[in-house]
Design a protein around this ligand. Sequence first.
Ligand code: PRP
Ligand code: ORO
Length: 226
Amino acid sequence: MTRIIKSFDYSLTPAKTPADILLDIQAVYISENKPFIFTSGRLSPIYVDCRKIISFPTERRLLIAMAVEQLIAMSTETAFDMVAGGETAGIPFAAWIADAFNLPMLYIRKEAKGFGCNFRIEGQVRKGARVLLVEDLATDCLSKISFIEAIRDAGMQVAHCFVIFEYGVFANCSTILQKESVELHSLCNLLDILVIAKQYGYTAKKLVEVFTFLNDPEAWQSRIKE
Ligand SMILES: O=P(O)(O)OC[C@H]1O[C@H](OP(=O)(O)OP(=O)(O)O)[C@H](O)[C@@H]1O
Ligand SMILES: O=C(O)c1cc(=O)[nH]c(=O)[nH]1
């Protein structure tokens, strides 16, 4: 298959790291009082809303350009031949990455639709295809496992998962993906955000809370539940 890698105009934006972009667009929420609840049921003092990226054309273009660069560098161009987004937040990022590589795209529902064709994977499934799973972020990777199972159940292969942001604090995330022989690729992690967050006006109290969480999320959660 011919690859058309789209070129991106970096001149529009001053040099910014992915963590800067997330902070700049106010996608990073830190709560001092009421913990956030994650999809896994875990509690956290921080919530990163990558969904906000879609509303910022310059920043999203820059992040997709960085994603494309990283994927080209990591992959040799033959590592995947389809791009699949995880419902819902992963879908726009998968679309832009698929477009940049001129590759077919799919999206994967959390559950089969339940009526109509009752598909869990939308788009044209191709048996044996090597699929790049794209999501907005990774916390403990349990959602990734479900999407990976869906891809494999449909007769396709998956060895790489790309996210804009990964927490990088939950030990089981890398372990469970390794067990599935899937490599996680991300543009930034929680530490990248925390080391620059002070410049964006977060109070020392908030930052100390998140550093405590980063050092031991399980202990942080136990303390909050007491
Ligand atoms: O469980 P992990 O693999 O670590 O990833 C965290 C998941 O949480 C978010 O989705 P959410 O369940 O909030 O659904 P949404 O995308 O529909 O908003 C995010 O988009 C990831 O899919
Ligand atoms: O794990 C999650 O549910 C989650 C964490 C986070 O920081 N942001 C998000 O959108 N989901």
